[in-house]
Design a protein around this ligand. Structure first.
Ligand code: PLP
Length: 397
């Protein structure tokens, strides 16, 4: 008997397991569409020019690395507020947003989850069915009972909006509702601005607590357009949470840059909330790292770099859209009978392809084309060199 003899082996992360299998695959044509990252047309992870320029400027004036404040770099937190709510917006001007730097979007979600658990220990959490797989795990680990609301309608190839609304209407007051602000992961199906009106009205009427997960701002329709859920929740007068991730929009995955913003009713409330968020941070990892936050703050706060970032972000967004269009055309040309046009109505990095588990397993084993068993494929990992092979392989299964 050792201290750890009763410790069970935890199940493997399904995506990481796929990546391992991909790495070991000897098929020279193999394509990894199981990932959750954006690759450029050469199949490479981009290093954005705005990031390089910010880093070069930092190298010119090197700084010692003291501890950051618990809530992070002040210029970073204010840049996040401006991006999420608008620099001239009333909540930013009146100081009623509490924002903390987080370790990626995941870190923002976790700080929020820990705080919510203390605020309302008996609340339940609702996530979409399906959702980013870490939502359930993260809120469960924070101590919540997590349930799901209807979202994806496989037969309709879209959102089961009536089902979603009915489930939100049935939720008890105080229930935390995790909503994908844009670019729903894994399905790629977002609700329309008019549907957001209904969701927000339902959340308000039911006294639910909205937690907007904004992991892809700028990847869907544009920076402002992707903020529609935030503006509508704001206009409705709600208090709510927003987690931000810069992993994708800055291609800074490994730097772990993100944030949590909590919109409060006034500045005094925001100050109190901020003081509690700081306790969550202090007792977890004390304070955030310096590099990624400095880069993002410098890009967002320097007009030329900001303009360059917006251009590069638009470039990524446009390339994904082009891949969606090409995918539909090439699947048709490869002999797929079914209309795959739904792929162009989806947004963001992912597509629920409608392929079943058997087809996904065959794609992987026979053709070296990797996606998840649920049929999710990363459109942002397609490029002009691999798309023909991917379409031909899909046509064969
Ligand atoms: N939320 C959603 C919906 C995501 O898809 C992701 C990343 O895949 C995250 C949060 C986490 O982002 P980060 O890598 O910045 O922690």
């Amino acid at each position: 008997m050792s201290l750890f003899s009763a410790v069970e082996m935890a199940p493997r992360d399904p995506i990481l397991g796929l990546n391992e299998q991909f790495a070991a695959d000897t098929n020279p044509n193999k394509v990894n569409l199981g990932v959750g990252v954006y690759y450029d047309d050469n199949g490479k992870l981009p290093l954005l020019a705005c990031v390089q320029k910010a880093e070069q400027a930092m190298m010119q004036a090197p700084k010692a690395r003291g501890y950051l404040p618990i809530d992070g770099i002040a210029a970073y937190d204010s840049a996040v507020k401006n991006l999420v709510f608008g620099a001239d917006s009333e909540p930013v001007k009146s100081g009623r947003v509490a924002t903390v730097q987080g370790l990626g979007g995941t870190g923002g979600l976790k700080i929020g989850a820990d705080f919510l658990k203390r605020l309302n220990p008996n609340a339940k959490v609702l996530i979409s069915d399906p959702s980013w797989e870490n939502h359930r795990a993260l809120f469960t680990q924070a101590g919540f009972e997590v349930q799901s609301h209807r979202y994806y309608d496989a037969a309709k190839r879209g959102v089961d909006f009536d089902g979603m609304l009915a489930d939100l209407k049935a939720a008890a007051p105080g229930t935390v509702v995790v909503l994908h602000a844009c670019c729903h992961n894994p399905t790629g199906y977002d609700i329309t601005p008019a549907q957001w009106d209904q969701v927000i009205a339902t959340v308000k009427a039911g006294q639910l607590v909205p937690f907007l997960d904004m992991a892809y701002q700028g990847f869907g329709q544009g920076i402002a357009e992707d903020g529609v859920a935030v503006s509508k929740a704001l206009a409705a007068g709600l208090s709510f949470f927003v987690s931000t991730s810069f992993s994708k929009s800055f291609s800074l995955y490994g730097e772990r840059v993100g944030a949590l913003s909590v919109l409060c009713q006034d500045k005094a409330e925001a100050d109190r909330v901020l003081s509690q968020l700081k306790i969550m941070i202090r007792t977890n990892y004390s304070n955030p790292p310096t590099h990624g936050g400095s880069v993002v703050a410098s890009v967002l706060n320097t007009p030329e770099l900001r303009a360059l970032w917006e251009e590069e972000l638009a470039g990524m967004r446009t390339r994904i859209k082009q891949m969606r269009v090409a995918l539909v055309e090439k699947l048709k040309a490869a002999g797929v009978q079914q209309d795959m046009g739904f792929i162009t109505t989806q947004v963001g990095m992912f597509s629920y392809s409608g392929l079943n588990k058997d087809q996904m397993v065959r794609l992987r084993n026979e053709f070296g084309v990797y996606g998840t068993d649920t049929g999710r494929m990363c459109v942002a990992a397609l490029n002009s060199k691999n798309i023909d092979y991917v379409c031909a392989s899909i046509a064969k299964v």
